[in-house]
Design a protein around this ligand. Structure first.
Ligand code: ZN
Ligand code: ZN
Length: 290
């Protein structure tokens, strides 16, 4: 199986499997599989202390449709999403400020707010700085924002479904940076669409459309209600083929979207019988908060 670049990056950064799964909209078991694949040590089960306030943020932020993130953590009396961070002396940060720092790498000038219209959204990409918003458009801020230059252009090309390398070449930026931004905005990993493909994998790639949040839509033929591919004069379930591509083995039993998005056929989100049983066992052993 091929490990997704964004998964590999967060594993290397030391995040736990469940945190990575939540942040990228993939199943925890697929992250664990990727960890094994990369020969990285096992994440400790159970509750472990967050390595940083950003780590804690990702444990509390849950991706929802439309690229927005819901806050599952604490709130102020006014309902503002908050993170408590620190050892003995805990500091309270608004989740908006943490989200802003994740995206921009610098502290906001003034107070932060979600600019997308989704109530209390904490998606780093959707958080605006009221101070920065008031600046004239040509003003560069003089606060090291140049390190964030071209980000909007990168995001725009990501949305068009371009690959990291292609974007890096077009905009003369580091492909690794494009990969990081892809992970931050929760964009699906690039799926190459080759013309006139004849292998089952190529047919699958042509029949799917990546969407926000890493979910993948089926745009190919449907047999009854099942995504279907005809290959070698046989019918193949689109879900099973996606699963096999992502996991490097054939699924056992029914293949279902583990992400909870009924129409999603993303191989990385797909689960089969043994995986669902393993996930259920994991939850039983370590609890939902792990
Ligand atoms: Zn939003
Ligand atoms: Zn999905």
């Amino acid at each position: 199986m091929t490990v997704r670049a964004d998964v590999a990056e967060l594993l290397a950064a030391g995040y736990g499997d469940r945190t990575i799964a939540r942040r990228l909209g993939v199943t925890a078991i697929s992250v664990t599989t990727a960890r094994t694949e990369l020969g990285l040590p096992k994440a400790r089960g159970g509750n472990k202390p967050s390595a940083s306030v950003e780590d804690l943020f990702w444990r509390r932020a849950r991706p929802v449709d439309g690229g927005h993130y819901e806050w599952t953590g604490g709130r102020s009396s006014k309902g503002t999403p908050q993170v408590q961070w620190g050892g003995r002396v805990r500091e309270t940060h608004t989740a908006y400020r943490v989200a802003y720092r994740i995206r921009h790498g610098v502290d906001p000038v003034s107070y932060c707010f979600p600019s997308c219209g989704f109530p209390r959204c904490v998606a780093p990409e959707h958080i605006a700085d009221s101070g920065a918003a008031r600046r004239p458009a040509h003003h560069d801020g003089g606060r090291g924002r140049t390190s964030d230059s071209r980000r909007d252009e990168i995001v725009k090309l990501l949305r068009e479904g371009r690959s990291n390398k292609d974007i890096a070449r077009t905009l003369h930026v580091d492909p690794k940076r494009v990969g990081r931004i892809r992970a931050e905005v929760g964009q699906a990993a690039f799926i190459a669409v080759r013309p006139a493909g004849t292998s089952l994998e190529e047919k699958w790639a042509q029949a799917v459309r990546p969407t926000m949040g890493g979910h993948v839509r089926w745009a190919g033929h449907v047999r009854g209600t099942t995504p279907n591919l005809v290959h070698g004069q046989r019918n193949h379930s689109g879900r099973a083929v996606g699963f096999a591509i992502a996991h490097g083995r054939q699924p056992v039993g029914r293949v279902l979207p583990g992400c909870g998005t009924a129409w999603c056929v993303a191989g990385e989100h797909a689960t089969d019988g043994p995986m669902r049983r393993a996930d259920a066992l994991y939850t039983e052993l370590f609890g939902r908060a792990a």
